[in-house]
Design a protein around this ligand. Structure first.
Ligand SMILES: Nc1nc2c(ncn2[C@@H]2O[C@H](COP(=O)(O)OP(=O)(O)OP(=O)(O)O)[C@@H](O)[C@H]2O)c(=O)[nH]1
Ligand SMILES: [Zn+2]
Length: 294
């Protein structure tokens, strides 16, 4: 048995694949019931044999992207520099998920990019119009067709460790497969090695795109709890709200029904979308609920 460090390149939640400096890959378990490791983590391991290792601890993380509800948190990816929020015209995407992912990124100091996929479809016009709201507040939006032309996305990936997030069906796997032709083959091979049966999108996987760019494909997200955030920081981290922060009559304004609330006024004036205010209120409630549970 020997001690060394490695990088988690696949996370199945409880079982991991780690890559050593020399490129060798080992299946890795954890000590006890510990599962708070994520794809992209650098970890201290004990190598058991040519195939197996045990993870002792995670080394210091530059960033950590995770979601949480009142009961538990779930790590999405570690050490990423960019979150690529994949949306599409069909099936219709959720503003809720975009809003939450943008907040998670801002909270964790990670760059965010909205990627509109399936632009070959005529329905894209409606999706593009919905995304104009985010563009207006300087959230970058890039348009692609994973099936036809990925090139507009490429400059955004250079020099970044990106994680793809999105609802199921938006085209994350199609993007990954277009970027990394051997991705499919490798996933199947790993699943086989772990005896985990058929490849499903239940795991996160890290791929090297080129010398400077890496990509993590994560499972489709239906929900994105942010119970770990601070309620007061929400408007600071939302680009449409932040210009109004500090302008309310009361310094402890919760932007609910207080008189002289600059954010409510901006919504009434049409400068902030009502759905964004509702999102903030829902998150305030979730955070409050979680804090009363501890
Ligand atoms: N027309 C069109 N269809 C696409 C495009 N990209 C993906 N699709 C289709 O959209 C469907 C969903 O794509 P996936 O890549 O499986 O979506 P996903 O986001 O990985 O979904 P999960 O694996 O469930 O998380 C598939 O039928 C794809 O063929 C595109 O650029 N244009
Ligand atoms: Zn206010």
């Amino acid at each position: 048995m020997s001690a060394t460090t490695a990088r988690i390149v696949t996370s199945y939640g409880k079982v991991y694949i780690v890559e050593l400096d020399d490129g060798r890959r080992l299946s890795a378990s954890t000590r006890g019931k510990k599962t708070d490791y994520a794809c992209g983590d650098y970890v201290a391991i004990d190598v058991i044999n040519a195939e197996q290792a045990v993870i002792n601890k995670a080394l210091e993380r530059k960033t950590l992207l995770y979601r949480s509800d009142q009961w538990k948190s779930k790590l999405i990816a570690a050490n990423v520099t960019q979150i690529v929020i994949v949306v599409a015209s069909v099936p219709s995407f959720s503003d809720e998920l975009i809003g939450r992912a943008l907040l998670a990124a801002a909270d964790a100091n990670i760059r965010a990019l909205i990627c509109l996929n399936k632009c070959d479809l005529p329905e894209s016009d409606a999706a593009r119009a919905r995304l104009a709201y985010y563009k207006q507040f300087d959230y970058p939006v890039v348009e692609i067709s994973a099936k036809q032309d990925l090139s507009p996305l490429m400059p955004w990936l250079d020099g970044q460790i990106s994680v793809l997030v999105g609802q199921s069906g938006m085209g994350k796997s199609t993007i990954t497969n277009a970027l990394i032709p051997e991705a499919n083959a490798r996933v199947n091979e790993i699943s086989l090695a772990l005896d985990s049966g058929k490849h499903t999108t239940t795991h996160a996987q890290l791929y090297k795109l080129n010398e400077t760019a890496e990509l993590i494909d994560s499972p489709g997200l239906q929900s994105f709890g942010l119970a770990h955030m601070r309620a007061e920081s929400l408007p600071h981290l939302m680009a449409d709200m932040s210009p109004h922060v500090g302008q309310c009559r009361f310094s402890n304004c919760r932007h609910r029904q207080e008189p002289g609330c600059a954010i409510l006024n901006a919504v009434a004036a049409g400068a902030i979308a009502p759905t964004r205010l509702e999102l903030m209120h829902r998150l305030q409630d979730e955070i409050q609920l979680a804090s009363t549970n501890y």
